[in-house]
Design a protein around this ligand. Structure first.
Ligand code: 4AD
Ligand code: MG
Length: 469
């Protein structure tokens, strides 16, 4: 018989139906009247289906009464109305087949609360816990909401490469990709490493962003998005940084910074609304166990206008705040998490889109702004979307579409225009104003679930000194 999902059984299973379910035992207790009650979870939802196993089943004494948490079973039988609290149906089993035993003493997932730190050391088993099951389901719902949002708007999903020769963010935080033998590196006559002998006949890296390649498709298809893993070799041990994370990057031709910000706001609201609607049970769990304000926050954010503010005005607010900052605020310095959180959590109490950052702290591809009154130095059409608790969740910009300006910029940053020849071709052949942004998937999952550490919202986190599993 086809396996039913426990989610569907609990939501609408018909009394009298004959069904088969498979899952892992959460608890099992034999009762006095010659029955055993087994709470079975199959990962399709947070809840468990109660299996009632009759003492007359052939393997009752040999297997069923000895079931413990973590054993895998397949149970078949008839759904009956349940007298127990909190469930409408239970399965009266005709058979309970034990597929895999589970040593109760050695099993790392004991029926008690474990710390998230401990669960990171058993990342292969943590999806069997309530919290990590819920995180996985919410992450899935967010991923689908992302595709849904762009597909509804006619954006084309483009797969940009993982292996690349260019440093999109120009920050030098790249992982190298090579097949050279590290203890026998070939050298050029000048004594440098001879990458001509490497697999790609050039130095290659894991991408930090699909944006540059994304721009090429936007400058042909109009509106596109990429959604895939990106890699950063920055040595940041924070609850908001990973070395491998997933980024969603839309790119739009014929679009300026204001249009980019409009899309970012509509996009985030769509994600939050979808999760509230589709993940009710999991969100109730996060609201109860992780952060008592999380549902109210999401509802508030999904319905309120985001604040839009220039960097220069943001610096003004931070300076006037009278706060003692760990990182002093001066026009020209980058905003730190403490500043971002102050603006979203205290000043405005909602998401804030900061625009027009100093050119010197942003990437080479951002469009130069015309000088404006009261702005002390050159700025670019950049934007960061900040949300409470997380800080930056989106970074984006209008791109520099003017060939002379971008060449000048690349040289000014000690990079070589020749290395970006194909990127510059977009400015040579039919250039258009265009803009885009990158949303960090894990920061989004963190914001939505209230999970404090980014390592707990991706199945197998990669961070400095950490790549087990
Ligand atoms: O601000 P970032 O570096 O922007 C870009 O990479 C642009 N090329 C995007 C674009 O315009 N197409 O990164 C974008 C987002 C950040 O706002 C953050 O949410 C996330 O990616 N992010 C990280 N998430 C986890 N760990 C890290 N180390 C991250 N670095 C950035
Ligand atoms: Mg950024």
């Amino acid at each position: 018989m086809e396996r039913s999902l426990i989610k569907e059984v609990l939501a609408g299973g018909k009394v009298g139906a004959k069904i088969t379910v498979g899952g892992w035992v959460r608890t099992a207790r034999p009762s006095k009247g010659g029955f055993a009650f087994i709470a079975l979870n199959d990962g399709s939802c947070m809840g468990t289906l109660q299996i009632v196993a009759d003492g007359k089943l052939a393997n009752y004494e040999s297997q069923i009464v000895r079931l413990t948490a973590g054993c895998s079973v397949v149970a078949e039988g008839e759904l009956k109305a349940s007298p127990a609290k909190g469930q409408t149906v239970e399965l009266h089993a005709d058979s309970v087949v034990l597929l895999g035993e589970c040593d109760a003493e050695k099993y790392p997932i004991q029926p008690k609360q474990h710390s998230f730190e401990f669960l990171r050391t058993v990342a292969h088993l943590r999806p069997r816990t309530n919290t990590f099951g819920a995180v996985a389901r919410v992450r899935n719902a967010i991923s689908m909401a992302i595709h849904e949002f762009f597909q509804q708007r006619g954006f084309v999903y483009v797969h940009t490469p993982i292996v690349t020769a260019s440093d999109c963010e120009g920050a030098g935080q790249l992982f190298r990709v090579t097949t050279l033998e590290l203890d026998k590196l070939p050298r050029t006559s000048e004594g440098k490493i001879d990458f001509d002998q490497d697999f790609f006949a050039r130095a290659a890296f894991l991408t930090v962003s699909g944006q540059l390649e994304g721009e090429t498709y936007a400058c042909a298809m109009g509106n596109i998005y990429t959604f895939g893993p990106t890699f950063r070799a920055e040595n940041s041990n924070t609850p908001r940084h990973l070395s491998e994370f997933w980024m969603v990057e839309p790119e739009m031709a014929f679009c300026d910074l204001a249009g980019d910000a409009d899309l970012a706001e509509a996009f985030l609201k769509h994600i939050f609304r979808t999760v509230l609607e589709k993940c009710k049970e999991d969100m109730a769990f996060f609201n109860e166990r992780i952060d008592k304000t999380i549902i109210a926050t999401l509802e508030h954010v999904a319905t309120s206008d985001f604040v839009r503010l220039t960097y220069t005005d943001a610096v003004g607010i931070l300076k006037k705040s009278g706060r003692q900052w760990t990182f002093p605020v001066e026009w020209g310095s980058d905003l730190q998490t403490e500043h971002e959180r102050f603006l979203t959590e205290e000043t405005f109490k909602k998401p804030v889109i900061i625009t027009n950052y100093p050119a010197a702290i942003k990437s080479f591809y951002m469009r130069q702004d015309d000088p404006a009154d009261g702005v002390p130095g050159p700025t670019v059409s950049a934007m960061d979307v900040l949300v409470p608790k997380i800080g930056e969740i989106i970074g984006g910009s209008q791109r520099e579409e003017r060939l002379d300006r971008i060449e000048q910029k690349i040289r000014g940053m000690n990079m070589r225009p020749e290395d970006y020849w194909w990127y510059l071709d977009l400015r040579r052949y039919g250039t258009v104003p265009h803009a885009g942004f990158g949303l960090g998937l894990e920061r989004t999952v963190q914001f939505v679930t209230g999970m404090a550490n980014i390592r707990d919202v991706i199945p197998f986190p990669r961070a400095p000194r950490s790549a087990e599993f």
